[in-house]
Design a protein around this ligand. Structure first.
Ligand SMILES: Nc1ncnc2c1ncn2[C@@H]1O[C@H](COP(=O)(O)OP(=O)(O)OP(=O)(O)O)[C@@H](O)[C@H]1O
Length: 588
């Protein structure tokens, strides 16, 4: 199957998604910016007070120094508080936004068809919802507050410089061309090195994993020195690139220093003339030099976060790509408490449906036509690999047909979730019990499920017996670290979810095949109850289930080769089903 990675948002899409998410918490954003601004403004008073000290000392008014020094201490404390609180608030807002995006991304991954995820590869999905989230999280908690603080400081310091005297601001501006040239040089030279460094680090990690995971094979084949050489080569490359990166950074900061030198020199010259002309005091000129210095420090801070900010932006775009991806081929997996239920049209119609698991793969479903009436129970039988699971996944909307049409209750599946959603629930053999209470596991079918509904659903599938033995009844925690259920009990839980979801169409994919013979009878009875009154497809390995169905269809190489009631097919001379039945009857 050819890999088609999940979508990545463009810069514009990522920005607009971030903007929309921020607007939802705009109150918090405004408060955060206010706290950060107050912290920065308090910090700006520091150089001004230092200038004041210079003036007082020059004028010999040392007795007035104490309040100014106390003021400086106050500034340091105020700035520290402002920065600490502001940083925490930025992280909080950022984490809230990221949590929302991650939830949305996971929801989309769960909604999009299985085929789409398979085409992308589960590695791509996992790297987005874990690796990318981690990268963005780190940036949001670490880099974003620093960046915001630095940006605010730059703007407000420049304004303060202009307030002191506009000529200071003008002198400071002389540094800008140097910064622009230095930054452009940095982007040109650093970005390729950063990328190459990341690739080299990735392949070093991969090589290490390969060698460690395959250590036994490596030893058995006497490949130790080969692998050691590969790991060393990969490490060398990463190390060389790190050294090159350090050199690029050194040269970059060197270039920036020219700007700082020119700007500071001009400020001092301007200060000299302004002081001589009695336009500003020596203290004000000293403050101007200090402001300029601070401005430069902040530029370095911004540029120092460049690498992390760049990876976080790329990770965010990948995350938004998934969160905003279109899910045209999905079955609506959302709320099921619309309870379309019995009574709504549960008819199913398939017209010339074809499917293969990828362009280069063989056709698994090969032109299937099928009409199932509302409430009819259809058993799908056939040898292993005939396409039974694939066929029912197509009906459930978990796989999109390559060709043909699937209509559930008069609604075309291809037309999207609006009409066909909630109509069909598939219970597969691989039942997943979530690490949650029994009730929590049942509420997957609808979060408003009451305890009474949950109990009666469990009762309907014959589970009330074991429910009463659980230490905390419906509140017993299941799954990892909690109470573990037997395969039969897990299947009953899945069937109870089906009862609660109450869809007009139910699909049981070998739901009873896995259970031991004692459990098999219990499950068959539970399944019967769960599908009563609904249209049902039963992928049946146990042919007693097929015998009870209204109709049996036999699949072979993706085609329906026989169709009829159990009796008709058994009576038909030489039918494939009759052979299967004979074999099953003798061996059971
Ligand atoms: N995810 C997949 N990717 C590629 N091929 C697949 C995939 N799933 C199933 N197939 C192939 O599609 C064909 C039909 O598989 P399917 O599981 O639908 O058959 P089945 O009749 O349900 O078989 P079984 O009774 O063994 O479960 C098989 O050849 C199988 O190898």
């Amino acid at each position: 199957m050819t890999e088609t990675l999940l979508p990545t948002a463009t810069g514009g899409e990522a920005r607009s998604a971030a903007w929309t998410a921020l607007r939802r918490v705009r109150g918090h954003v405004a408060l955060t910016l206010l706290v950060l601004t107050v912290g920065t403004v308090i910090g700006l008073v520091g150089p001004w007070l230092l200038g004041r000290i210079v003036d007082l000392v020059i004028d010999g008014r040392t007795d007035e120094l104490l309040p100014v020094v106390l003021g400086l201490i106050g500034v340091a404390i105020g700035q520290a508080i402002g920065q600490t609180v502001g940083t925490a608030m930025v992280a909080h807002v950022g984490q809230t936004v990221i949590a929302g995006v991650r939830e949305k991304a996971i929801r989309q991954v769960l909604r999009v068809s299985e085929g789409r995820i398979e085409r992308a590869g589960s590695g791509d999905v996992m790297s987005r919802v874990s690796g990318d989230v981690e990268t963005v999280n780190e940036a949001v908690s670490g880099v974003l507050p620093t960046l915001l603080d630095a940006a605010l400081t730059i703007v407000l310091t420049a304004v303060t410089l202009a307030i002191l005297d506009w000529r200071f601001a003008l002198a400071g501006l002389a540094a800008v061309p140097f910064q622009v040239v230095a930054t452009r040089w940095y982007l040109r030279n650093a970005v390729p090195v950063i990328r190459a460094e990341r690739v080299a680090e990735g392949s070093r990690a991969q090589q290490l994993l390969d060698s460690i995971n395959g250590a036994n094979t490596v030893r058995a084949l006497r490949l130790e020195s080969d692998h050691l050489a590969k790991v060393t080569a990969a490490s060398d490359k990463a190390r060389q690139l790190s050294i090159r990166m350090a050199a690029v950074q050194r040269r970059f900061f060197g270039k920036l220093n020219y700007g700082e030198f020119v700007g500071l020199a001009l400020i001092l010259v301007v200060g000299f003339y302004l002081v001589r002309g009695d336009l500003v005091t020596i203290g004000a000129a000293s403050a101007a030099a200090l402001y300029f210095h601070r401005l430069f420090d902040q530029f370095n801070v911004v540029l120092g976060t460049f690498d992390t900010a760049q990876s976080a932006t790329a990770a965010f775009a990948r995350l938004i790509g998934v969160a905003e991806m279109a899910t045209p081929d999905l079955r609506d997996g959302g709320e099921t408490d619309s309870r379309s239920g019995r009574g709504t049209d549960g008819s199913v119609s398939l017209r010339d449906v074809r499917f293969s698991y990828g362009a280069d793969q063989h056709t698994v479903i090969d032109g299937v036509d099928l009409d199932v009436q509302d409430g009819e129970h259809v058993a799908v039988v056939g040898t292993s690999g005939a396409g039974k699971t694939t066929l029912v996944k197509l009906v459930a909307g978990l796989l999109p047909p390559e060709q043909g049409q699937i209509v559930l209750g008069g609604h075309d599946l291809a037309a999207g979730a609006s009409g066909s959603g909630h109509r069909c629930v598939l219970v597969s053999q691989e039942v997943h019990v979530f690490a949650d209470t029994v009730l929590g596991n049942l509420r997957l079918s609808g979060e408003h499920t009451s305890e009474t509904q949950a109990r009666s659903a469990l009762d309907a599938v014959g589970a009330s017996g074991w429910l009463s033995t659980l230490p905390d009844g419906l509140d017993t925690v299941l799954g990892r670290g909690g109470h573990s259920l037997t395969p039969t009990q897990s299947q009953q839980l899945a069937l109870a979810r089906l009862v609660l979801a109450d869809p007009p169409i139910a699909i049981l994919d070998e739901a009873t095949a896995d259970a031991g013979s004692a459990g098999a009878k219990t499950l068959e009875a539970a399944a019967e109850k769960a599908i009563a009154g609904r249209t049902a497809f039963i992928v049946a390995h146990r042919l007693t289930q097929a015998a009870r169905a209204d109709r049996v269809i036999l699949l072979e190489d993706g085609r329906i080769v026989e169709s009829g009631t159990h009796d008709e097919l058994v009576d038909a001379n030489g039918s494939r089903y009759a052979q299967l039945w004979a074999a099953w009857s003798t061996h059971r």
